[in-house]
Design a protein around this ligand. Structure first.
Ligand code: NAG
Ligand code: NAG
Length: 525
């Protein structure tokens, strides 16, 4: 069983325009005002581009088996098109990262796409709306296999394509910020699924025999529980919730087509809106065969909702969210440490994993993202709720293993506090805290880092007494770290003051001397 932790390029690297990197849709999006909380950007983020060695030290301290990170497509292909330009410095950066990881016995798990599409491809082609993305991405993926595949054995084509499709092309909360009225999300997803399949086959045909690695996809989905388990309509609604999130991508990849319920609902709604064809595209017979059975399943999971049936009227402007006729509720008794969407409901994860096992023929699963955030207002290094969250969720994964689910690894999300998309720096997922106000961006372990390290060392949970001890020790460590953080930030503050005050005083003294000198000369002339 592999224990690891993850991050993504745009959220951590910074150096957005350095060493030949081209702009991504996230650079363009965050540079527009009014898109992100407080107009923050990932221009420098965690300065991860300059801190590979420091961050690998953190990974060593945690004793993780693997580190999951993403490659920024425009960092190695500034325009996104291989025949136009390949940026050697970008390749060098990822080569160095991979090398340092392997020197420290940390397995790199690499995602090719964590949302930072080259901006040129958005401007010239409309991004994932355009079928030509399939070949551009395939060229990019093949370059990565060529350059890094001798050492990287775990590849992820897409991280959370659901968010790319829905938030990028339907609600517009994420880059490229488009609201394409219930068509764009399905089209973007359609192209990403075909791209995934093409890349899987490229690897299979060209690289697998030599490199012996594997390719999969990482899908993020919550669990939907019927609010009334005795009501057939609620049970159906909960089923739709899962099918419209996970099944949208997993069903084609493991069973060869979109879920029936998705085809029915989107088809019926499209007809009611007077459209001649469904807004959900269809796969040809050849495409279905090509897509089916392409790789392992990465799972990102954060929370659970109660679900009930709710019919939406036929709206003038259709949208993904009104296509599946349901409402989501939460139990106010569930702990919600951070943002309002993220409740801690560990049992939902076991149900999701079992659903995957039965629906998709027990595929190989890696948990690629699981964690909880806190709001920025409180600099909380003693994150007891995160400890409870990790304990609860990991425990349910171990139960799912006993149920026969084929989970081979767990990736905590995430290593660092980082740029959280449209939430800016206001949401923090890190096991390490970053003082973003300090220009050196120092990292400080939270209690959860200490606790997770112990889970890894014990490969799970030994006696409950021992686990209680971990809790106590993590709390002791974090209060000491808290003092260090306070001191550091005071020093940083004083340095900043000195940087401003000293030159001012100096200039002032010189001015006074000049005036005195002039007066003196005048008196003696
Ligand atoms: C973000 O930019 C918009 C547009 O310029 C401005 O109205 C708003 O006040 C800015 N927000 C912050 C927090 O600076
Ligand atoms: C795809 O890109 C090409 C080249 O720019 C363009 O001609 C075509 O209209 C685009 N298709 C869509 C659906 O945007």
């Amino acid at each position: 069983f592999l224990w690891g932790i993850g991050s993504s390029a745009y959220q951590t690297e910074g150096a957005w325009d350095k060493d030949g990197k081209g702009p991504s849709i996230w650079d363009a999006f965050t540079h527009k005002k009014g898109k992100v909380f407080r107009n923050e950007t990932g221009d420098s983020a965690c300065d991860g581009y300059y801190k590979v060695k420091d961050d690998i030290e953190l990974l060593k301290k945690l004793k993780v088996n693997h580190y999951l990170f993403s490659i920024s497509w425009p960092r190695i292909m500034p325009t996104g098109i291989k025949t136009e330009q390949v940026n050697e410095k970008g390749i060098q950066f990822y080569n160095d990262t991979i090398k340092s990881l392997l020197e420290n016995n940390i397995i790199p798990i690499v995602s090719l796409y964590h949302w930072d599409l080259p901006q040129v491809l958005q401007e010239k082609y409309g991004g994932w709306q355009n079928i030509s993305m399939i070949d551009f991405f395939n060229d990019y993926a093949n370059l990565c296999f060529e350059k890094f595949g001798d050492r990287v054995k775990h590849w992820i084509t897409f991280s959370d394509p659901w968010a790319v499709a829905v938030k990028g092309y339907d609600t517009g909360e994420h880059a490229p910020g488009l609201k394409l009225g219930g068509c764009g999300a399905y089209k973007a997803a359609h192209h990403m699924i075909k791209t995934h399949a093409k890349v899987w086959h490229s690897y299979n045909d060209t690289w697998r025999s030599e490199q012996q690695g594997m390719v999969g996809i990482s899908l993020t989905s919550g669990w939907g529980e019927p609010i009334d388990p005795h009501s057939q309509t609620d049970r159906d609604a909960a089923e739709r919730y899962i099918q419209f999130h996970l099944g949208w991508f997993a069903n084609p990849i493991y069973k060869g087509d979109y879920p029936e319920v998705m085809k029915n609902y989107v088809g019926r709604k499209s007809a009611q809106q007077g459209l001649g064809t469904s807004r959900l595209p269809t796969f040809s017979v050849q495409e279905k065969t090509c897509i089916k059975g392409t790789g392992f399943l990465g799972i990102g999971h954060f929370t659970t909702h109660y679900v009930l049936q709710k019919s939406f009227p036929v709206l003038q402007v259709p949208s993904y969210h009104t296509d599946y006729d349901l409402a989501e509720l939460v139990d106010p008794k569930w702990p919600a440490p951070g943002p309002e969407w993220l409740y801690s409901v560990p049992w939902g994860f076991r149900r999701l994993l079992n659903f995957i096992k039965t629906q998709y023929g027990n595929p190989l699963i890696y948990v690629t993202e699981n964690g909880v955030s806190e709001k920025v207002q409180c600099t909380q290094l003693c994150d007891e709720w995160r400890i409870e969250y990790l304990k609860g969720y990991i425990n349910e994964i171990l139960k799912a293993l006993n149920d026969g689910v084929n989970v081979k690894g767990y990736t905590a999300w995430s290593l660092l506090d980082k740029f959280e998309w449209n939430k800016g720096f206001s949401e923090r997922f890190g096991l390490y805290h970053i003082d973003f106000k300090n220009k050196n961006k120092p990292r400080y372990p939270k209690a959860s880092a200490d606790y997770y390290k112990k889970i890894i060392s014990a490969n799970g949970f030994p006696s409950s007494r021992e686990v209680d001890n971990w809790h106590g020790e993590a709390m002791d460590t974090c209060s000491a770290t808290h003092q260090r953080l306070a001191t550091d930030s005071l020093i940083a503050h004083m340095e900043m003051v000195t940087e401003i005050v000293l030159p001012t005083v100096f200039t002032f003294c010189i001015l006074i001397s000049i005036v005195l000198l002039i007066l003196y000369l005048r008196n003696h002339s």
